[in-house]
Design a protein around this ligand. Structure first.
Ligand code: PLP
Length: 402
């Protein structure tokens, strides 16, 4: 009898299990619409040319080494990343009231945020949208939050934002609840509030003394314009909120496995800055001691150079345009095949994902009969579509819906 025999097996994480099933599937026409990563029209991962350029320079730079970074990370990266989300001339950044801490990509930034909010501020309730990126609940639960709750977000019938439901649920949340907001390109629905709606959300959060935590995993990837995609965060910061922003550089720099992330604190008192940094240092020290250098160096090199930043913005546009083109193509094909239902949401949603509205049984059929892999919720990664597979996918969707 092993001392480990009492340990049960948990169900696999859907998105990774799906990816494995796709990789193991020998079928020639298989299509991967599951995992959230960019693919070129040839179905290949893409190293952004501007990233490759920096990596080549780094490879030849004898001055670089593999020394440890400080616990809070690479300063030049944290500042550039904070400026990227709040604007380079934001008075909060210039005064130091907004500052960043390097973390292990977006997930790590959320985890450090959750640990900090639980341990240091004693917050106990967190709300994420229903549906949301499924890791939000897990991260906050593992960080000690006893109450992980949801606010309504998706109107299933009309396939749009359930704005009234969202406001009602936020209104009913207890004081000091942490409210996770997707800064742009909501995952999984692809539906963001309008600017007017954001203002009303901010009003409720202020009135009810809730705490906003922005999850920004797709800045620039959503619209192709990083400033446009940062509108909501910047609005909240300018409205005087103290808040946190968890930034990921996985999608917008194509640095998925380099784990480059930044946790931005926006506070309203200079006196709080040193204590926050010391407490966050201890949280990081106990979890992984210090972050990795490679991705942060790349992001800092690009964002701290105007020409390279322009090159990066062109890459963003390439990715965002391809996603938009695939949306248009998929909708057109579904409509021209006479697929029952309304497919307008495919083009009105934004970002990497589309919440198709396909039912679990339709999804199952797509996987088993057509070898098209997508999440049970009906979420598809638009980047998995390309000029070679789009006819096959549209036809298959049409057939399972009929
Ligand atoms: N938040 C959302 C909404 C996401 O979709 C993702 C990635 O899929 C992340 C955070 C974090 O990703 P990573 O840890 O790879 O930066």
């Amino acid at each position: 009898m092993s001392r480990f025999s009492k340990i049960g097996t948990l169900p696999p994480i859907e998105v990774f299990a799906l990816n494995k099933a796709y990789l193991d599937d020998p079928h020639l026409d298989k299509v991967n619409l599951g995992i959230g990563a960019y693919r070129t029209d040839d179905g290949k991962p893409w190293v952004l040319p501007v990233v490759r350029k920096i990596e080549q320079l780094m490879a030849n730079d004898e001055g670089l080494n593999h020394e440890y970074l400080p616990m809070l990370g690479l300063d030049s990266f944290c500042l550039a990343a904070t400026k990227m989300v709040l604007r380079h001339d934001n008075p909060l950044v210039l005064s130091g009231l907004a500052f960043g801490v390097q973390c292990l990509s977006g997930t790590g930034a959320l985890r450090v945020a959750a640990e900090f909010l639980c341990r240091q501020l004693g917050y106990t309730s967190v709300y994420s949208s229903e549906p949301s990126w499924e890791n939000h609940h897990l991260i906050f639960k593992m960080s000690g939050f006893p109450n992980t709750r949801t606010y309504r977000y998706w109107d299933k019938v009309n396939r749009c934002l359930d704005f009234d439901g969202m406001l009602e649920d936020l209104n009913n949340a207890p004081e000091n609840s942490v409210i996770i907001l997707h800064g742009c390109a909501h995952n999984p629905t692809g539906v963001d509030p309008t600017e007017e709606q954001w203002k009303k959300i901010a009003d409720v959060i202020k009135k009810k003394s809730l705490f906003p935590l922005f999850d920004v995993a797709y800045q620039g990837f959503a619209s192709g314009d990083p400033d446009k995609d940062a509108w909501a965060v910047r609005y909240f910061a300018s409205a005087g909120f103290e808040l946190l922003v968890a930034q990921s550089f996985a999608k917008n720099f194509g640095l998925y496995n380099e784990r480059a992330g930044n946790l931005v604190f926006v506070v309203n008192s200079q006196e709080c800055i040193a204590p926050i940094k010391s407490q966050v240092s201890i949280i990081i020290r106990a979890m992984y001691s210090n972050p990795p250098n490679h991705g942060a160096r790349i992001v800092a090199s690009i964002l701290n150079n105007a020409d390279l930043t322009e090159e990066w913005k062109q890459c963003l546009k390439t990715m965002a345009d391809r996603v938009r083109d695939m949306r248009i193509l998929l909708r057109n094909k579904l409509e021209s095949l006479g697929t029952p239902g309304n497919w307008q949401h495919i083009t009105s949603q934004i970002g990497m994902f589309s919440y198709t509205g396909l039912s679990p049984s339709q999804v199952e059929k797509l996987i088993l009969k057509y070898h098209i892999y997508l999440l049970k919720s009906g979420r598809i990664n638009m980047c998995g579509l390309n000029s070679r597979n789009i006819d096959y996918v549209a036809k298959a969707i049409s057939e399972v819906v009929l």
